[in-house]
Each structure stands twice: as C-alpha cells, then as structure tokens.
Ligand binder design. Structure first.
Ligand SMILES: *Cc1c(COP(=O)(O)O)cnc(C)c1O
Length: 384
C-alpha cells in the first residue's frame, strides 16, 4: 500500500485509494479508459508506463492500487474472474512435483481447478480440515509449497485460524494463500495475520451488486507481487477497463454494506435457530459454532453468509429453495439482493463424491441488505 493511505481508516481507503482525480480533466472518479494501446512520445517514450492494456490500463491500475490498500498489501492485481486469479497464482508458484494442501470445505470451482486441471500438470494435493491445525500438519510433506485456506468456508462456514496456519506454513517453507471472498477485507485482514497472498472473487462482496465477474490477488511482498504481475501479463486473463471501474465503484460502499449484511444475517440466524424445521444453523457468529472464538478474534463481524440444514432431507431443502420469493434462487453471493441456493445440486455439484461433498439437506443464504423484516417473512413462508 502506498504511504499516502497507510494512516487512513478502512472506509476512507475504500473511497480514496487509487481514486486520484484524473490529471487531464480533474474528474473525481477514474475514467473508464476503454483503450487497447497508447501513443508513445518517440519509440519507448511511454506516458505513465502505459503501452498496451493487457500489460497495464489506468482504470485497472486504479482498482489494483485500491485492492492493495484495502488488504494492507504491497501489490494488487485484478483478473477477469476469481478463478483466473487462482489459475495465475498456481501456475506462478507451482511446478510439476510440487504438493499443495487444500481445505476439505472450499468453493467448488477452486476444488475443480486443483482436481481436474492443476493435477494433470503433475501437482498433487492433500485435503485437510484446516480448522484443525493437526490436520494441516498431517497433510504436509517435503514437497508442500502451498497451503490454501478459505475462511469462512463455502458452504459450511468453517473457520480457520489464519495466524496459526501461517505459523505452520512458515515452518514448512510453504506459502499461505487465503481466499478472503466470504469475509471481504473489511471484516478480515489475512496479510496482517501472516498470509502471503489473498485471493478474491471480486464478483461477490467487493463488486457487491451482482453485475460483474472479476478476481484479484494481493501480496504482502512486493517481489512476489512483481512475479505475479509478470505472469498476469504473460497469461493474459486481466480485468477489462469497464469491469475494473464497476468493481472500484462497488468497493466505495463495501464497509456500510458489510455492516448491514452482518446485521441482517444475525437476525435471520436468531429466527432460524428457533425454527422447528431447521435442524442446524451454520454461522460463525453463533457461540456454539466450533470456530466462534477464532472468528471473533480475526473478524470484525461475522458476515452475511448463512447455511442451515432442514428436517426432511434433500427434497425438503430443495423445496425451501423453490418456495422462497424475495430470496432469489441463484448461485453466487455477496450482492445487495438476497440469494438462496441448494449447494449439493448447484454451486457444489462438482464436489459430489469427493472429500468435499456437502450435506444434501443443506440450504445456503447470501443475506442481502433489504429490510430484514421482509427477509424474515419470506424465509418463514418458505420453511412452511
Ligand atoms: C465465487 C468464488 C470464487 C471464484 O470466483 P469467480 O469470480 O466466480 O471466478 C472463488 N472463491 C470463492 C470463495 C467464491 O465464492
């Protein structure tokens, strides 16, 4: 993060980092530089370092500076999607023969990337319960180069102690990567807890309005950031100017949105825990959640994602999803509008039969920022 913003509080950085007034016109918001190439003042005479928009684009630069400032990192990089960011990270850090520890609960697409793509290139992985430090230690071997953590995890809302796993990674000479999509940098700062790289699907809370797909990497170390930037350009899955602009716009309200997401979720959790048709509520804000204390220590609040299990198995869970009206039936998460889904048949269909399989009676909510009374009424109706 540049020194200019390091003393500022999160909400201020979210609005100002990377958002310097346009030098040409004074526009207070970075313009959408919808351009592929740049006039040079003589051969090699680049203006501000820009030559071609895969390598760098001013709107993307604004977002990348903002991302670094929000995570307290040295370098931010924006990609066409969360998975494009993950792919770039894995192909930069790993070579055939390397080994990775992945969590037993993770975004289905992340697991698919490891199991169906990366593994074909001679990188193998072990699955660990990252909420259990002994399980992480037990999954290591002398070839382990990377430990992957997602906390809170998707869709089971498991909590991993980032600081503790960072210690294990350091001892093992491996890098710790944290997927911070569910928490957002407002609620959780993995780099400050010892992570080497933070991954984001910008599609979710960062964009926040279900209108863009994007991804990001933020590094604590400038040198690793440079290496990733080299690969970002060499591989080419960059965020376009318009997508960068719309994410940057969304981020300005991230703090107030996350406060409301968390507030609404807490009230919905309270209702669900008392509902006779609900057999279990998975939410790190609940005192009985096994990761509650760690979540309270490393998160500012508990966020807007809730999973719960219903009486009556898979059919009943699917029914609840189908009956909801205000909660839109759909994949993805983190938008201002509330979403409901059945992970087993939707977002996590790709992990069926693996160590990451999710319970069939599970329903996942992405709680939006609508009036919570309307959300409660809709859920009561859907539960019957
Ligand atoms: C959505 C998601 C991703 C993948 O991001 P895309 O933008 O869909 O490619 C990765 N991790 C988590 C936790 C996600 O929710």
């Amino acid at each position: 993060m540049s020194d200019q913003h390091s003393h500022q509080n999160f909400e201020t950085r979210a609005i100002h980092a990377g958002n310097t007034a346009d030098p040409l016109t004074g526009a207070v918001v970075p313009p959408i530089y919808q351009v592929s190439t740049y006039k040079q003042d003589g051969v090699g005479g680049l203006r501000g370092g820009y030559e071609y928009s895969r390598s760098a684009n001013p709107t993307r630069t604004a977002l990348e500076e903002n991302l670094a400032a929000l995570e307290g990192g040295r370098r931010g990089l924006a990609f066409a999607s969360g998975l494009a960011a993950e792919d770039c990270l894995l192909r930069t850090l790993l070579v055939p023969g390397d080994h990775v520890v992945i969590p037993n609960d993770a975004y289905g697409g992340t697991f698919r990337l490891f199991a169906k793509v990366v593994q074909r290139w001679g990188v193998d992985f072990s699955v660990a319960d990252t909420s259990d430090i002994e399980s992480v230690r037990g999954a290591l071997n002398e070839r382990t180069k990377l430990i992957w953590v997602e906390t809170p995890s998707n869709p089971l809302l498991g909590i991993t102690d980032i600081e503790a796993v960072a210690g294990v990674a350091r001892q093992a000479g491996a890098k710790l990567v944290v997927d911070n999509t569910f928490a957002s940098p407002y609620l959780q700062q993995p780099l400050a807890l010892g992570a080497d790289v933070v991954v984001h699907s910008l599609t979710k809370y960062m964009g926040g309005h279900s209108d863009v797909v994007g991804g990001a990497l933020v590094t604590a170390d400038a040198e690793l950031g440079e290496e990733l930037a080299y690969h970002q350009n060499a591989m080419g899955a960059v965020a376009g100017p318009f997508d960068s602009w719309i994410v940057l716009r969304g981020i300005k309200t991230l703090a107030v949105r996350m406060d409301r997401h968390s507030e609404n979720a807490a009230k919905i959790v309270e209702m669900l825990t008392q509902h006779p048709k609900v057999t279990q509520v998975l939410y790190p804000g609940l005192p009985e959640h096994p990761g509650h204390e760690i979540a309270a220590k490393q998160m500012r609040n508990f966020g807007g994602m809730i999973s719960f299990r219903v009486e009556g198995g898979e059919e009943a869970a699917v029914e609840v999803c189908n009956r909801a009206k205000l909660f839109t039936l759909g994949e993805s998460l983190g938008g201002v509008e509330s979403l409901i889904e059945h992970p087993g048949r939707m977002t996590h269909a790709s992990v069926a039969g693996s160590a990451l399989e999710v319970p069939a009676d599970l329903v996942r909510l992405s709680v939006g920022i609508e009036n919570v009374d309307d959300l409660l009424a809709d859920l009561r109706e859907a539960l019957g």
